[in-house]
Design a protein around this ligand. Structure first.
Ligand code: ADP
Ligand code: MN
Ligand code: MN
Ligand code: MN
Length: 384
């Protein structure tokens, strides 16, 4: 399976990185790439545009965009506000240039836009701050050709040899697209993101990177920036990054976003881990219905998943909804892995729900601000 050489365009990307910043008249200026999440359904996508910022500008200014072009407003009242929430070095442009993750506000009220899931996440994270929840998210993704076929598949027709040799593989014919992964990892590091590892996945051309462990807002903001960088780098190779839950029908793995989490209590005591798993089993529907579009196609009970409508947890079990790593059971402390979220999940929603379910149930009952967990009519947790 000969892939076209990838190094040609790499040099183009490198040339862009000047390592200095340009002049505007007598003023020094740099570029800020404002990134936001649009209103496309069922899965929102990332958008961005460039603002020139004069050197010496103290706080990053708010900005605006045409919400009628992003499914976030009508033409008559089209203005939406971009409110910067996180910024870091721009490793693509280099120099003083930056990437700016934004949340979207409604221009007329200044309130969070209905598509802004970060606002609720921020509120919930603040409420349970004392429990010191941190997350490590494993972002899986699939490289696709412009014609819609997986990058690890022959260009026009047919399928590669079945799954088996590709996961964490090495060598031509086993691993496709590594150059993109290498550049992406290097750039995440240069941007100062908390990237913690990468690996080739089970389906050819499918990969993973992990961000964390850090708090709900940090892991989510950084995951969005890391996704944006991945799309941007792959753009130069004519490779499309798909976050679809099941990009290829048939006997091929889907793509998930396993979400590892721990409270301070879980990091020192096993009972807190067991309690967290039990709590997740009481709100199956709330979680699964917010874990990404098309989750039913991925969580089938096959391909290292548990069925979406059944909740199980267990030590070392990759066929369970929630896995407690073997080392954690041995140490009697650590974290748990919610294996259900899709690759296309919204990290603000997923981390917010885990906070609410896990911290809400372990919080002291007398506190006024915490509501009792809702009963959903979902099936009871299966004890393992
Ligand atoms: P897997 O064996 O499931 O493929 P990975 O190594 O890909 O595991 O991912 C494990 C994730 O768990 C990493 O992102 C790591 O940062 C995160 N992690 C490690 N310790 C904790 C912890 N105490 N709380 C939350 N996340 C953690
Ligand atoms: Mn992993
Ligand atoms: Mn994986
Ligand atoms: Mn995992």
């Amino acid at each position: 399976m000969a892939e076209k050489p990838l190094s040609v365009k790499l040099s183009g990307l490198r040339i862009l990185r000047r390592g200095e910043f340009p002049m505007r008249g007598n003023l020094m200026a740099y570029q800020a790439e404002y990134i936001w999440i649009d209103g496309v359904t069922p899965t929102p996508t990332l958008r961005s545009k460039t603002k020139i910022i004069e050197n010496g500008t103290k706080a990053l200014p708010i900005w605006g965009f045409d919400g009628s072009s992003t499914s976030q407003a009508t033409g008559e009242a089209s203005d939406c506000i971009l409110n910067p929430v996180f910024s870091c070095k721009d490793p693509i442009r280099g120099g003083k240039n930056i990437l700016v993750m934004c949340e979207v506000l409604v221009a007329s009220t200044g309130k969070p836009h209905p598509t802004n899931t970060r606002a609720l996440c921020a509120e919930t994270a603040k409420r349970y701050a004392d429990q010191k929840m941190i997350y490590g998210i494993e972002q899986e993704y699939t490289m696709m050709r412009l014609n819609g076929r997986p990058f690890g598949f022959p260009e026009l027709s047919g399928e590669p040899a079945p799954q088996g040799p590709y996961y964490c593989g090495v060598g031509a014919g086993r691993v496709m697209g590594r150059e993109i992964v290498e550049i992406h990892t290097e750039m995440c590091l240069e941007a100062g993101l908390h990237i913690s590892g990468t690996n080739a996945e089970v389906m050819p051309g499918q990969w993973e990177f992990q961000i964390g462990p850090v708090g709900a807002l940090a892991v989510s903001d950084e995951l969005h920036v890391a996704r944006w960088l991945l799309h941007r780098i792959a753009e130069d190779y004519d490779v499309v990054i798909s976050l679809d839950a099941k990009p290829q029908k048939g006997d091929w793995n889907g793509a998930g976003c396993h979400t590892n989490f721990s409270t301070k209590a879980m990091r020192s005591n096993y009972k807190a881990i067991d309690d967290a798993c039990k709590a997740l089993g009481t709100r199956i529907n709330e979680h699964v219905s917010n874990y990404g579009h098309d989750i039913e196609s991925r969580l089938t009970g096959k391909h290292e998943t548990a069925p979406y409508n059944k909740f199980t947890y267990g030590v070392s079990n990759r066929g369970a909804s929630v896995r407690i790593p073997w080392q954690v059971a041995k140490d009697q402390k650590g974290y748990a892995e919610d294996r259900r979220p899709n690759a296309n999940m919204d990290p603000y929603l997923v981390t917010q729900l885990i906070l609410e379910t896990v911290c809400g149930q372990s919080a002291p009952k007398k506190s006024t601000s915490k509501k009792a967990p809702k009963k959903t009519g979902a099936k009871k947790a299966k004890k393992k």
